[in-house]
Write a protein that binds this ligand. Sequence first.
Ligand SMILES: [Zn+2]
Length: 168
Amino acid sequence: MANVEYRGMSLVIPDNDSEWKEYLAAARGHRLVLRECTACRLLRYPPTHACPWCMELGWTWREVSGRGAIYSYEIVVHAIQPGFKAWAPYPVVLVELDEQRGQPTADEALRIVTNLVTPDFMPEAEANVAIGKRVRVVFLDLADDVALPQFTLTDEPPAERVWRLGAL
Ligand SMILES: [Zn+2]
């Protein structure tokens, strides 16, 4: 069982964890992997057992690019977890990955909730966060077999107009 410290908090990953253990281990190799259904071939996040689209139980890991755009965000002003108290106010973003946009329906996609951090893993400033901005995955190494995927802004031009609260 891995017991990893992260910002003064304990992350416990049991040996028999069948959903997150391999995901976090792949992240330690700086690979972002998602489960791909062996029947309909759609990717999903989080790494659940059954395919949410067709209920098939078969899956394989597939590496994705880790590139995408901010689909939505919030600013945490009052941190519930003590480890994030010093970070507040800080952004939490919903990243829409480039893979599988508009599938299986026009409104769906692969979206990951994540911290938005600077390249040195500090919280990104609120003024820099906006819907539509481009991001890429970065990996925060925590132990020999555990890293946390996080996302950081890139200088790629956004595909659509960007929007942020208070900047109408
Ligand atoms: Zn499926």
